[in-house]
Design a protein around this ligand. Structure first.
Ligand code: GZL
Length: 340
């Protein structure tokens, strides 16, 4: 069953984002702003005649989304674009990620880019970077540290993603008593916190009951293991809906539901976030029912902001990137042309 009322939703980020991106890219279509192209990042290299050294502290390699984000960042922060990239993936370990940032400071890099695993605990190391006069640019996730401790942030509106997932669930299940389990993202991360908040707000007046919620750490294995536990506890017939904070956990849940003899997308409907290739294929196959996109192609914008900040230009503190939503039919139409 799929509500015909569900329409394709496109929510645009701040015009500033596209203006900055297009300026840095020297124009070009909006697709250049998220394609990990070459435009934005040549300023520093060409004008300075030497490479800009950037330390990038990535979360790890927990999901298909993360792989696409890492590829986008490495493409944008290339030597041909004027950068020497020092890359660290922290294996989803917040302490290791903070240690990596401290290492960048000790190396005296020109700028630091961080995709913070969790929101809290960043004040001290960001203050150390400020004391060392090394600008910090956040990409993807946000932190709770004071805004004056980092130059700018570029990423997605996680709460809005949760709202759109919740609006689909509200439109699909309406006043029908519905038992839902939630596969949460990494505990303490901005997307996990904000996607939960947005979904809960959008479904507050519905008959959707959250019977259980547990982190699968944004991984496929994590989603499968947690869903196996839910199925053992409630049975296929005891669960109507899964809200997965990302596609990788939804794909793990699909494996668990099928192993338990259930039909994902029918016996148990699934709404997810990311719109990575494997998630979109599962949507086309009818195993996921609705996906809210979370665009990982942030490299071009992040490189443009590094150049702008090092050039002493004013930049917006928060810069949102556009996303969209997909039904099965919309996924069939979009998948052949998607970049990730
Ligand atoms: C969201 C990003 C999340 C993705 C997950 O911007 O931080 O982390 O939704 C990824 O797939 O692991």
């Amino acid at each position: 069953m799929r509500s015909q009322g569900v329409r394709k939703r496109q929510f645009l980020g701040l015009i500033t984002v596209l203006a900055v991106a297009l300026a840095a890219c020297g124009g070009g279509s909006s697709s250049d702003t998220t394609a990990g192209g070459e435009g934005a990042a040549t300023t520093a290299g060409e004008s300075a005649g030497e490479l800009v050294t950037v330390g990038f502290a990535q979360t790890g390699s927990e999901s298909g989304w993360r792989s696409a984000n890492t590829e986008s960042m490495k493409t944008a922060f290339s030597e041909e674009n004027g950068f020497e990239l020092i890359f660290n993936a922290a294996d989803n370990d917040p302490a290791a990620q903070i240690a990596a940032v401290r290492g960048f400071i000790n190396q005296g890099v020109d700028a630091i880019v961080i995709a913070p695993i969790v929101e809290d605990g960043w004040e001290d190391v960001l203050q150390e970077a400020a004391d060392a006069e090394i600008p910090v640019i956040l990409e993807d996730r946000t932190v709770t540290a004071p805004e004056d401790l980092y130059a700018t942030w570029v990423g997605l509106d996680f709460k809005r993603e949760g709202v759109y997932a919740g609006e689909w669930a509200a439109e699909t299940f309406g006043d029908t008593p519905t038992k839902m389990v939630v596969l949460e993202g990494t505990t303490g991360s901005a997307p996990a916190n904000d996607r939960a908040e947005g979904f809960d707000e959008a479904t507050a007046e519905t008959a959707i009951e959250k019977i259980d919620s547990q982190t699968g750490d944004f991984t496929r294995d994590g989603g499968k293991t947690v869903m196996e536990g839910f199925l053992t506890k409630y049975g296929v017939d005891g669960i109507d809906l899964v809200y997965a904070h990302n596609d990788d956990m939804a794909l793990g849940a699909i494996e668990a539901i099928e192993a338990a003899g259930g039909v994902p997308g029918e016996d148990i409907q699934i709404v997810s976030i990311d719109a990575v290739h494997d998630g979109m294929q599962a949507l086309i196959d009818g195993k996921i029912n609705y996906i809210v996109e979370c665009n990982p192609l942030l490299g071009e914008l992040a490189a443009g902001f590094v150049n702008s900040v090092l050039a002493g230009e004013e930049v917006e503190k928060r810069n949102y990137v556009e996303d969209q939503t997909f039904t099965q039919e919309q996924a069939e139409e979009a998948l052949p042309d998607r970049l990730y």
